[in-house]
Design a binder for this molecule. Structure first.
Ligand SMILES: Cc1cc2nc3c(=O)[nH]c(=O)nc-3n(C[C@H](O)[C@H](O)[C@H](O)COP(=O)(O)OP(=O)(O)OC[C@H]3O[C@@H](n4cnc5c(N)ncnc54)[C@H](O)[C@@H]3O)c2cc1C
Ligand SMILES: Cc1cc2nc3c(=O)[nH]c(=O)nc-3n(C[C@H](O)[C@H](O)[C@H](O)COP(=O)(O)O)c2cc1C
Length: 602
C-alpha cells in the first residue's frame, strides 16, 4: 500500500479533499465498490451525508465532492408561507425550509407581508404557518393578504396544494382562528388540502416538528423502501431541536419599585434585572420572558380539591411546571369524562352552556364544580405546561449596561366569589424580592425597532405599560446622540398617582430630547380622556410629522386602545389630507408596509 494514501475517510478528522479517491489503495477501492454495489440509492446518499457529517464534526468545511454527492435529487418546489407577529411562525418556517432543503426540496420562505393571493397560483405547493392575534385576528403584517384572500374577488387557486400549521393559545376564545380560516378559504378557492390543519397551543414545538416531518413525508414523491426513508428523514425530535429557543439566562432582581402612588388602585412594577454573565443582547423594542411560578395558596387549593393534598413532589411540579389557572374547552370535556359527572357532561356538550361556564372561571372552579379524587397523573394530564409571559424591555443596554428593565402591571379581578391574580404579574408584585434569581429568555422583536437613521422623527403612542419600550427608545437615542425628534403620547388614570416614569419624561423634555409629550389622564376630570383624543387635538402637527417621514409606534392594550388609536389615525389622515375613508385606509396600509406604522400590542 502506498505511503501517500490518505487516512481512512471514515476516521473522523481525516483529510478528504477532491482527489482523495485517487489516493485510495486498490483494495480499499474494491471494498468501497463492493459496499456501494449492494447499497440502495438512498443508502448511498446517506453515506455521502454521513461523510459530510464527519467533516463537519471535525470542524472542516464540507468538501466539494461530498457536498455534490450528498445533494439529493431535486424534489418539488415548495414555498413556506408564514404569518407572524412575535416571530414563532417565522422561526418555524425557517426550520421547515432547512429541513426541506436537506431533503432535496427547492424550498423557500415567504413572509405573508410580501405575498398576494394571486402570487400563490403559480407556487405549486405551499405550507402555511400562521399565528392568530388580537381576538382571533391575523398578525398585523398579514392583514392585507388575509383580507385579499377572504375577499369575494380572490383568485381561484385550483393548481395549488397546501397544508396549514396554525399557532395559537387556548387561553383565547378563537383558538387558532387565522390558521383555520386560511385552511378553509384555500380549499374554497379550489386548492388541494394535503393534510388536515394542525392546531398548536403555546407548547407548539413538538406538534410543529411532527407536522414538518409528516408534511414533508407526504410531499416526498419518491418514497424509498421503509428503511431508506428512516435514513433520509431527520427525526421530529431533531427538527424540534432545530426550532429550539435560546436557553434561559440567569438574572437577579436588583430593583423592584411600584411606580403608582400608594393611593392608586393600580400597581405597576419597575423591575431591574442584572446579569452577572452579561445581559442578553436585547435591542429596545424587544421583550424578555419568564416562566412564572403559581401562587402557593392556589396550588394548595387545587391539590386539596383533587384529593391530593400532602403530595410534596406534585406540589412542587404544580408550582413550577403547569398552568393551573387557564380553563379550556378540552379540559371541561376531559374532566367530565374522567369523573362521569352528568352536569359537566351536559355543559361540555353544549357550546352555549360551555361558553357561559368558561367565562371568568379558572381550572380550580372546574375541580370545585365536581370534586373528585384524582391520581397525580390524571391531574397533570389535564394541564398544559406553564407558558412564559413576555414583558417589553424598558431600557437600552447603552444606558444601563448589563441590566434590563421591565414594567409589569399587576393583573387582578374578582369573579364567582374568588379573588384572582395574574400568575406572572402577581409573582412580580407579591412574591418576588430584590436579590431573587429569575431565569429569563430574550424574545427579539425585529419589527418594532427604532429607525435605522437616527435623524428620523418618531411618534410613540404608549398608554399604561405600553410606555415601556419607549423609555428604552429614548435611552437609546440619548446614548447615541440621535438627532431625530421624539414625540410621546402617554395616558393613565390620574396624573398624581399613575404617571409612570414621570421623572424620566420630565428630564428628557427639559433636556430637549423629548420634543413633545401629550398626556391623557382619564380620571382627572368628569369626562374620560384617552390618548386617541389627544392625537385628534394635535392632528395638524401629527400629520406634519408624518409628512416629514416620522415612524409611528403604538404599544400596549390590544383590545381597546390599539383599535381606538387606529381609528383616530384614519380620521386624522382623512381630515388632514381630504382623503375618503378608503383612501385613508390605503394610506395607513402604505405606511404600515413601509415600516412607518408599527404596533406591539397585547
Ligand atoms: C409582546 C408582549 C409584550 C408585553 N409587554 C408587557 C409589559 O411591558 N408590561 C406588562 O405588564 N405586560 C406586558 N405583556 C403582557 C404580559 O405578557 C402578561 O400577559 C400579563 O402580565 C398577564 O400575565 P399574568 O401571568 O400576570 O396573568 P395571567 O395569569 O396570564 O392572567 C391573565 C389572563 O387572565 C384573564 N383576565 C385578566 N383580567 C381579567 C378580568 N378582569 N376578568 C376576567 N378575566 C381576566 C384573561 O384571560 C387574561 O388573559 C406583554 C405581552 C406581550 C405578548
Ligand atoms: C395579544 C395576543 C393575542 C393573541 N390572540 C390569540 C387568539 O385570538 N387566538 C389564538 O389562538 N391565539 C392568540 N394568541 C397566541 C399567539 O397566536 C401565539 O402566541 C403564537 O405562538 C404567536 O406566534 P407568532 O410569534 O408567530 O405570532 C395571542 C397572543 C397574544 C400575545
Amino acid at each position: 500500500m502506498s505511503t501517500t494514501i490518505a487516512r481512512n475517510p471514515l476516521d473522523a478528522g481525516a483529510p478528504f479533499g477532491p482527489d482523495a479517491g485517487a489516493r485510495l489503495g486498490d483494495d480499499q477501492l474494491a471494498e468501497i465498490r463492493r459496499l456501494l454495489a449492494a447499497a440502495s440509492r438512498e443508502q448511498r446518499l446517506w453515506l455521502a451525508g454521513y461523510l459530510a457529517g464527519l467533516d463537519q464534526a471535525a470542524g472542516l468545511p464540507a468538501s466539494a465532492p461530498v457536498a455534490t454527492a450528498a445533494a439529493p435529487a431535486q424534489k418539488a418546489k415548495l414555498t413556506i408561507l408564514y404569518a407572524t407577529e412575535s416571530g414563532n411562525a417565522e422561526a418555524l418556517a425557517a426550520t421547515a425550509r432547512k429541513t426541506a432543503q436537506r431533503l432535496g426540496f427547492q424550498a423557500k420562505v415567504l413572509d405573508m407581508a410580501d405575498a398576494t393571493p394571486a402570487g400563490l397560483a403559480d407556487l405549486g405547493t405551499v405550507l402555511v404557518i400562521a399565528s392568530t392575534w388580537g381576538e382571533g385576528d391575523p398578525p398585523q403584517r398579514a392583514e392585507a393578504f388575509h383580507a385579499a384572500l377572504m375577499a369575494a374577488d380572490a383568485p381561484r387557486l385550483a393548481g395549488l396544494r397546501y397544508a396549514v400549521l396554525a399557532l395559537g393559545d387556548r387561553a383565547y376564545a378563537r383558538f387558532c382562528e387565522t390558521g383555520k380560516q386560511f385552511d378553509a378559504r384555500l380549499e374554497a378557492l379550489g386548492a388541494t388540502r394535503l393534510a388536515p390543519v394542525v392546531e398548536c397551543d403555546l407548547d407548539y414545538k413538538k406538534p410543529a416538528a411532527a407536522w414538518i416531518d409528516s408534511t414533508l413525508r407526504l410531499l416526498d414523491d419518491k418514497p424509498a423502501d421503509p428503511g431508506a426513508a428512516v435514513i433520509a428523514f431527520p427525526r421530529p425530535a431533531a427538527i424540534e431541536d432545530e426550532a429550539a429557543e435560546p436557553l434561559p439566562v440567569a438574572a437577579e432582581v436588583s430593583e423592584r419599585t411600584n411606580l403608582n402612588s400608594s393611593r392608586s388602585d393600580l400597581e405597576t412594577w419597575h423591575v431591574a434585572l442584572s446579569f452577572a454573565e452579561g445581559a442578553p443582547a436585547y435591542e429596545p423594542g424587544d421583550a424578555i420572558g419568564f416562566v412564572p411560578t403559581n401562587q402557593p395558596a392556589l396550588v394548595d387549593e387545587v391539590l386539596r380539591t383533587a384529593g391530593l393534598a400532602g403530595d410534596d413532589a406534585l406540589h412542587a411540579a404544580l408550582s413550577r411546571d403547569f398552568d393551573i389557572t387557564l380553563l379550556t374547552r378540552p379540559q371541561v370535556a376531559a374532566y367530565a369524562a374522567l369523573t362521569g359527572d352528568a352536569t359537566l357532561g351536559r355543559i361540555a356538550a353544549d357550546e352555549g352552556l360551555l361558553g357561559d361556564f368558561l367565562r371568568d372561571r379558572q381550572f380550580v372552579d372546574l375541580l370545585a364544580a365536581a370534586p373528585h379524587t384524582l391520581t397525580a397523573d390524571q391531574l397533570t394530564g389535564l394541564l398544559r405546561p406553564q407558558p412564559a409571559r413576555l414583558y417589553s424591555v424598558a431600557s437600552s443596554r447603552k444606558a444601563v449596561g448589563d441590566e434590563a428593565h421591565l414594567l409589569v402591571a399587576k393583573v387582578g379581578w374578582e369573579s364567582h366569589g374568588r379573588a384572582r391574580t395574574g400568575v406572572a404579574s402577581g409573582q412580580v408584585a407579591d412574591r418576588l424580592a430584590t436579590g431573587d434569581a429569575l431565569a429569563v429568555t430574550l424574545k427579539p422583536n425585529p419589527h418594532f425597532r427604532l429607525p435605522a437613521d437616527p435623524a428620523t422623527p418618531v411618534i410613540m403612542i404608549g398608554p399604561g405599560t405600553g410606555v415601556a419600550p419607549f423609555r428604552g427608545f429614548l435611552q437609546e437615542r440619548e446614548a447615541i446622540g440621535a438627532t431625530g425628534r421624539n414625540w410621546l403620547f402617554f395616558g393613565a388614570r390620574r396624573f398624581t398617582h399613575d404617571f409612570l416614569y414621570q421623572l424620566d419624561w420630565q428630564e428628557w423634555r427639559a433636556a430637549g430630547l423629548l420634543t413633545r409629550i401629550d398626556l391623557a389622564f382619564s380620571r382627572d376630570q368628569p369626562e374620560k380622556i384617552y390618548v386617541q383624543q389627544r392625537m385628534w387635538e394635535a392632528r395638524r402637527e401629527l400629520w406634519a410629522w408624518l409628512q416629514d417621514g416620522a415612524v409611528l409606534y403604538v404599544c400596549g392594550d390590544a383590545k381597546a386602545m390599539a383599535r381606538d388609536v387606529h381609528a383616530a389615525l384614519l380620521a386624522i389622515i382623512a381630515d388632514q389630507s381630504g382623503a375618503s375613508p378608503e383612501q385613508a385606509a390605503e394610506t395607513l396600509r402604505t405606511l404600515q408596509r413601509a415600516g412607518r406604522y408599527k404596533r406591539d400590542v397585547y
